[in-house]
Design a protein around this ligand. Structure first.
Ligand code: CA
Ligand code: CA
Length: 404
């Protein structure tokens, strides 16, 4: 069968002017009227102002009329929000490490060789507990032919479309990442891979954090930029992507991006949300997206894996639980002083599972995402508090996952 490029439009609400998103796909029947390519779009005079070529998505400044019709309405492109965590002023030791048996797991694996992308508000790469944990793009390190430092020479040395992207990319400000627009991403990153100190350690301290941000200081960002964080991570070597965000609106572009990540062999760990809801009935996205490479995580509130009262749940839509109450972790430095915060939320639970996935993948580098996910879900600690409330009816167990 001959494949042709099909085309569809969807409304893209943007302040100031109407914008259309054109999606090209390769799966429409031959008798469909189509725009043959981006060339046809260009000939129409429409100016492409944004795009995700990997997903066939092109955003134009003005509506255009082509010899075609709408085939697929992806819905309004919208804003996505952080799952707002609750803050607690009392610093707590990271009890979550005890609950998931991290100490025992570290006798086998500490996560070396695995890159975990944090799609969030950004990461403070100067925090002393995170500095050594940051992924550094090997294609933007060293010196160029003119003897200049590749990290800051203003050149896209590895030709990946991003100039001087040492730690990843900040899609809010369209510049290299390594700073936090907020504090959420730095906290999530500490739970995954902070260097061990007397106060805390990440679950996988030898894993590397790739900083891909799309949520700004107010904790919101666009769906298209959210998709770009996932695409960037999948294209630049991340094995795991942590997404501690979401909302109740279905978002097709995010789904397409996670499917793209699946095709690149990437596991996506997501927070189930903090609305006390059964997401089997009232879905929460991306947690409720039906793609196999997603692991959806609810929050526990104690060492016995009690369900945190705020946590969403769902016997089919939530996979596993992890510590998400009064989690002590890194916060952005202020005047060169490293800071810390104690936060609660499924945003804090998801990075515990992303960290365990890194331990497991490091111990079994030949595994594919499906094997990693299967092992994570086969080795949970049973919890009566999660009976019929998540797929495994249990909480993550780092040691059981890596010891086989
Ligand atoms: Ca680059
Ligand atoms: Ca450079």
């Amino acid at each position: 069968m001959k494949y042709i490029l099909a085309f569809s439009t969807l409304l893209f609400a943007q302040i100031g002017h109407a914008t259309n998103v054109y999606k090209f796909t390769a799966s429409y029947p031959e008798n469909t009227q189509v725009a043959a390519s981006t060339r046809e779009l260009a000939l129409s005079g429409a100016k492409i102002i944004d795009s995700i070529p990997q997903l066939g998505i092109y955003v134009t400044e003005t509506a255009v009329t082509l010899n075609s019709r709408n085939f697929l309405d992806l819905g309004e492109v919208k804003t996505i929000s952080l799952i707002t965590p609750n803050e607690d002023s009392r610093a707590k030791q990271p009890w979550g490490l005890t609950a998931i048996h991290a100490n025992e797991a570290w006798t086998i694996s500490t996560g070396a060789g695995v890159v975990v992308a944090v799609s969030d508000t950004g990461v403070d790469s100067n925090h002393p507990d995170l500095e050594k944990s940051m992924w550094r793009n090997p294609g933007e390190m060293g010196t160029d032919a003119n003897g200049n430092d590749k990290t800051s020479n203003g050149i896209d040395d590895d030709n990946n479309g991003y100039v001087d992207d040492v730690f990843g990319w900040n899609f809010v400000k369209n510049k290299p990442s390594g700073k936090d627009n907020h504090y959420h991403g730095t906290h999530v990153s500490g739970t995954i891979a902070a260097q061990p100190t007397k106060k805390l350690s990440g679950v996988a301290p030898d894993a590397k954090i790739m900083d891909v941000s799309f949520l700004g200081g107010s904790g919101s960002g666009s769906e298209i930029n959210g998709a770009k964080t996932i695409i960037y991570a999948a294209d630049n070597g991340a094995k795991i992507i942590n997404c501690s965000w979401g909302d109740a609106g279905k978002n097709q572009i995010i789904q397409d991006a996670i499917l793209y990540a699946q095709q690149k062999g990437v596991l996506v760990v997501v927070a189930a949300g903090n609305s006390k809801l059964n997401t089997d009935r009232k879905p929460f996205f991306p947690s409720s997206i039906d793609l196999d490479n997603i692991v959806s995580v609810g929050a526990t509130s104690g060492i016995k894996h009690t369900k945190a009262s705020f946590s969403n749940y769902g016997a089919t839509t939530v996979d596993v639980a992890a510590p998400g109450y009064k989690i002590y972790s890194t916060a952005p430095t202020s005047n060169k002083t490293p800071r810390y915060k104690t936060l609660s939320g499924t945003s804090m639970a998801s990075p515990h599972v992303a960290g365990v996935a890194a331990l497991l993948w490091s111990a079994n580098p030949g595994f594919n995402w499906q094997q990693v996910k299967n092992r994570l879900l086969e080795t949970t600690q049973p919890s009566k508090y999660w009976k019929k409330k998540n797929l495994t009816e249990g909480a993550i167990d780092a040691y059981a996952a890596v010891k086989k």
